[in-house]
Ligand binder design. Structure first.
Ligand code: SF4
Length: 299
């Protein structure tokens, strides 16, 4: 299989067959991000020949496990949805050739990748099986988006996800707790709730900012341009976000960056989730939570 570097996928894609179609990220600018730093290049497309070879190799292996069906394929790379319509169509057609039972195809997407496609193309990609794409929107706080160099605004999140709604393509968000910086966490959550409440994600997964020395953000901190939220401020931020979300959505802290695990369906489980967070938001817990983060060698 043509896997390059560390392969990242959302935890809820654990049962999906992973096929590499890109490696690295076209943007590669977000100040906090070190996810694809192990690659010797910024971004690379996988050739259709290599994709087809992986579909065939995986098919030959999987067909030796009686009764196994591949219902979902997750295309890996930081933002495969940046690929143009024709290329995504070719990939989907090959997937359906090798796995006729496959119901849906997911991948990571940037907000800006959606804007590169026409409404007609989005609709056709949806008809080809693209669904449940994961977007690391991070926040609805425009100041944080601009400072971190995310390359889009909060309003772009609303505008582009409405286009996915129109195309009948579902999507999930990743929120990055802590992205607004010290003293701004609660406000970042308020701004994010305002934006998210205008959208229809199925899942909001929340990861927590963990700063590594290789990141541009580390230098910003060293130069006195930015300060990290305390661990308790980060938890207050999640609590605020959950309290203000009024859309039906599954919300969960996902991945190793979270020392506190919380999950539930909103709005049904809101009270339970808030009360759990209140129990851990105690001043005594700051040092324990801090030590967890300091010892997190890898996300
Ligand atoms: S956070 Fe996502 S979009 Fe930003 S540089 Fe990292 S992989 Fe690329």
């Amino acid at each position: 299989m043509h896997y390059t570097g560390t392969i990242w996928r959302p935890p809820y894609e654990a049962k999906s067959l992973l096929i590499e179609v890109t490696a690295g990220c076209t943007h590669h600018k977000c100040k906090f991000c070190t996810l694809y730093d192990d690659l010797p290049f910024k971004f690379r497309m996988t050739s259709l020949e290599d994709i087809e070879a992986d579909l065939l190799e995986s098919q030959q292996q999987i067909r030796t496990w009686p009764g196994t069906q591949v219902k979902r394929i997750y295309l890996v790379g930081a933002n495969p949805f940046v690929l143009n319509y024709e290329h995504l169509k070719n990939i989907a057609e090959r997937i359906h050739h090798y796995y006729p039972e496959c119901d849906s195809i997911g991948c990571f997407s940037r907000i800006t990748d959606i804007s590169l496609k026409s409404d007609k193309e989005l609709k056709e990609l949806s008809n080809l099986g693209y669904d449940g794409i994961t977007i690391g929107v991070e926040t609805g706080d425009d100041n944080a988006l601009a400072f971190m160099d995310k390359g889009y605004t909060a309003n772009d999140i609303v505008e582009q996800t409405h286009r996915l709604d129109l195309a009948n393509m579902s999507y999930n968000f990743f929120y990055l707790t802590g992205i607004s910086g010290a003293g701004n966490g609660v406000n970042g959550a308020i701004e994010s709730a305002k934006i998210f409440n205008q959208t229809n994600p199925k899942i909001i997964g929340s990861s927590m900012l963990t700063i590594y020395p290789e990141s541009k953000l580390f230098n910003e901190i060293k130069n006195g341009n930015w300060a990290e939220e305390s661990e308790l401020e980060k938890l207050e931020e999640i609590k605020t976000l959950i309290s203000l979300l009024n859309i039906p959505v599954y919300f969960a802290t996902l991945g190793a960056s979270n020392a506190v695990w919380i999950e539930g369906n909103l709005p049904t489980d809101k009270k339970k989730m808030m009360s759990h967070l209140e129990k851990v938001c105690l001043p005594d817990n700051e040092s324990k939570l801090r030590s967890y983060r300091k010892n997190l060698k890898h996300l």
